[in-house]
Design a protein around this ligand. Structure first.
Ligand code: KG4
Ligand code: ZN
Length: 390
């Protein structure tokens, strides 16, 4: 089954053709990063206008690259939430119109569920299987249920128990900022480029590479600043706003002489402002060390809480999903946490972690097989969450 998927929930415009929820025929993404970088974040009005300008060429390119004609397409799918209303409206309207014009089934897709299903995508040719030996629900290499999925994107951080296709139970979620949001806000504080995740990762890698060269332990950067971790014991919830505030105070202390002198006079300043000021006086504060300590604090909480959940729910597989799943430190650390427990960790290739349309076409296949249908009056739902059973 061939599905044309369309993604336009935020600042990426994507179209892709995917076979059987797994095999890519094409995957085209037009990013607006360079435009939003000027503002240090996504400007919704600019994003939706840009979606409008790029969506048709992106769909045309995806069809061309897949070398297929409309006669080969079995269904059209587009994201209907969560995301920015104006941006969502562009992809959803184009998707519905194409389905209507070509008399094809249409499916609205939950963007978060699509991130989860990016774990089913694989690079390379589809195997030649006959209709009879093709099981839609499981093929060799697929994730194995029940599993735990850590969904971490720009606006969401959720720990989810997935019992089967489309069966989600919420174990925990962020009480304030999402992990990606924390990366983006702290990057701004540190004067690093948008999106913050890749910039912070790169800065941290610089500090860590220097230590490796000098044969010194990485903890010298990762634990250079003892940053707060909200463990919220007894729950699988997260909270990253305290960490963000601590970073703000550290950066203030490290950059402003005034703060340094206030700190030395013992005036009321946060312990993090004081730490930043002291480090500044010693001439050591350095954006890459700050980035490394911040990344370590986030990775620590995400990895430990995910490992605890896998132990409680006795699953054999853990998956990462969403833009923050691209983070190399998180992948490595979680692998280390899970290795002694013999629990398999999977994550999509980096290009399928951040927003793309292949994951939209991918999850659509499973929903079509499960019998999900949508009519053309489906509207955008900017605040949509995963369809939790519990
Ligand atoms: O899933 P996504 O592309 O868009 C949303 O659905 O929100 O996620 C974007 C988020 C941004 O906050 C970005 O900073 C973060 O993912 N991100 C990363 C990395 N790459 C992207 N965070 C940490 N490390 C990365 N390498
Ligand atoms: Zn996303």
């Amino acid at each position: 089954m061939l599905v044309l998927g369309i993604e336009s929930s935020c600042d990426e415009t994507g179209a892709a053709v995917v076979r059987d929820g797994r095999y890519l025929l094409s995957n085209v993404v037009a990013s607006q990063i360079d435009i939003h970088n000027r503002y240090g974040g996504v400007v919704p009005e600019v994003a939706s206008r840009q979606q409008l300008a790029t969506i048709i060429p992106v769909v045309e390119t995806a069809m061309e690259q897949a070398s297929c004609s409309w006669e080969h397409i079995d269904a059209v799918a587009a994201t209907y939430g969560p995301g920015l209303a104006g941006s969502l409206l562009v992809g959803l309207t184009v998707g519905k119109t194409l389905a209507l014009a070509r008399n094809l089934p249409f499916l609205g897709i939950n963007h978060l569920e699509a991130h989860i299903y990016a774990n089913w995508l694989r690079q390379g040719e589809a195997p030649h299987l006959t209709e009879t030996d093709r099981d839609w629900s499981y093929q060799e290499g697929d994730p194995i249920f029940p599993l735990i999925c850590l969904v971490i994107s720009g606006a969401h951080s959720e720990l989810v128990l997935v019992r089967g296709h489309g069966q989600y139970e919420l174990l925990g979620r962020t009480r304030d900022d999402a992990a990606g949001e924390a990366f983006d806000k702290v990057a701004r504080i540190l004067g690093l480029a948008y999106p913050g995740g890749p910039s912070i990762q790169k800065a941290a890698q610089q500090a860590e590479a220097e230590l490796l060269d000098q044969k010194k332990p990485l903890t010298l950067a990762r634990n250079a600043y003892r940053l707060p971790r909200a463990w919220l014991r007894g729950t699988y919830d997260f909270s990253f706003s305290g960490l963000k505030t601590a970073m703000l105070h550290l950066a203030e202390g490290a950059t402003e002489h005034q703060q340094a002198s206030r700190a030395s006079e013992g005036k009321q300043v946060s312990q993090y402002t004081r730490m930043g000021a002291q480090a500044a006086q010693k001439g050591t504060p350095n954006v890459s060390v700050l980035a490394s300590s911040f990344q370590e604090a986030i990775v620590d909480v995400l990895a430990v809480k995910t490992r605890l959940a896998t132990q409680e729910y006795h699953v054999k597989q853990v998956m990462l999903a969403g833009g923050v799943a691209a983070n190399v430190s998180l992948r490595t650390r979680l692998e280390q946490e899970l290795l002694p427990l013999r629990i398999r960790l999977s994550y999509p290739p980096i290009e399928f972690c951040t927003d793309n349309a292949a994951m939209i076409a991918g999850v659509a296949f499973f929903h079509l097989r499960l019998g999900t249908h949508h009519s053309f009056d489906l509207d955008v739902q900017p605040g949509l969450s995963l369809p939790f059973k519990k």
